[in-house]
Design a protein around this ligand. Structure first.
Ligand code: BG6
Length: 301
């Protein structure tokens, strides 16, 4: 048995011979499903999300590029919508990467590549951010992990600034029973408290109300992050990062969840937490010909 890849007009999916699977919408190159060999879904996807390209996908792994959050005033990204243009653009499927890794040869892993560039961007989006850029996004599925990595290239003759974020919605059994580790001592911007700068004092982050924080862990991209079961301390997911020094933790909680028309069910906030690897505090300046690469690997524990 071989890796089974299906490529439709809207989505690409891959299934390993052992049963693990991943599904990516061409709209936004948004990963919308990742299942283990027993068919258990690892990502949270809103029941109320649009998947027809009329709105960003609520759930899975939306890609934030080239600006995180609402763009700042008087900046080259100012005209862009919240979280930029990557998640609302139609990407091209570039095919399965040939890899010389043993896992790939034995059909125990598969890497799918997606591309978006100034040349394939629709005109409306191009007018909002008029730079010649290239993006390659790779999604690698193994038996116990999912890696998503983004390479940004500046193909222009002038420099530009970017932010990058992998906005993962993790599916969890109960928000009251998990905690996030690896952030102790980290400075964060508290977006639900006037963007005050605070320090994470406790070893683990528990979520009991609306939470929207931009952490910069000590140890930068090397700090290992995990979502753990509160009572046993057993990790549900481990997150490792490459070149993505910031970690956003977001849960809308009850009231905000209800106020978002594309968020469902209303109590779905109990079964999700966004832990997002990114480079979003400040900007990555890319000179002509330069590239920026950032990646995350989520491992099932
Ligand atoms: C998080 C931000 O990354 O994304 C939040 O920190 C934001 O402020 C959330 O609310 C969801 O954003 P959106 O645009 O998908 O509703």
């Amino acid at each position: 048995p071989q890796v089974n890849i299906s490529h439709g007009n809207q989505r690409v999916s891959a299934v390993l011979p052992t049963g693990e699977s991943v599904e990516v919408m061409l709209y936004g190159a948004t990963v919308v499903s990742w299942k283990d060999s027993d068919g258990n879904e690892k990502l949270w996807l809103s029941e109320a999300t649009k998947l027809d390209g009329s709105k960003p996908i609520r759930g899975g792994i939306p890609l934030v590029f080239p600006v995180f959050g609402p763009p700042p005033a008087n900046h080259p990204t100012s005209k862009l919508p919240q979280h930029g243009l990557a998640r609302t653009s139609r990407w091209e499927f570039l095919g399965k990467s040939t890899s010389e890794s043993e896992a790939a040869e034995a059909d125990l892993s598969v890497k799918l590549d997606f591309g978006l560039s100034a040349a394939t961007l629709d005109e409306a989006a191009r007018a909002l951010w008029p730079y010649t850029f290239g993006l390659i996004y790779s999604v690698t599925l193994t038996r116990d992990s999912l890696t998503t990595s983004l390479v940004v290239t500046n193909d222009d003759n002038k420099p530009f600034d970017v932010q990058v974020l992998l906005h993962t919605y993790f599916r969890i059994p109960d928000i009251n029973k998990i905690q996030i580790t690896g952030l102790e001592g980290a400075e964060y911007i508290d977006k639900v408290d006037n963007r005050k700068i605070k320090t994470q004092e406790t070893p683990a982050v528990t979520i009991t109300s609306e939470t929207d924080r931009v952490y910069t862990p000590k140890g930068g991209a090397d700090a290992p992050i995990a979502i753990v079961d509160q009572s046993s301390g057993r990790p549900l997911y481990k997150l490792s990062r490459d070149n993505l020094g910031d970690v956003v933790v977001w849960n809308p909680w009850a009231e905000k969840a209800v106020s978002m028309p594309d968020f469902g069910p209303d109590d779905g906030y109990r079964n999700m937490v966004c832990v997002e690897a990114g480079a979003v505090r400040g900007w990555q300046t890319l000179e002509p010909g330069d590239a920026f690469e950032g990646a995350q690997t989520i491992t099932l524990a």
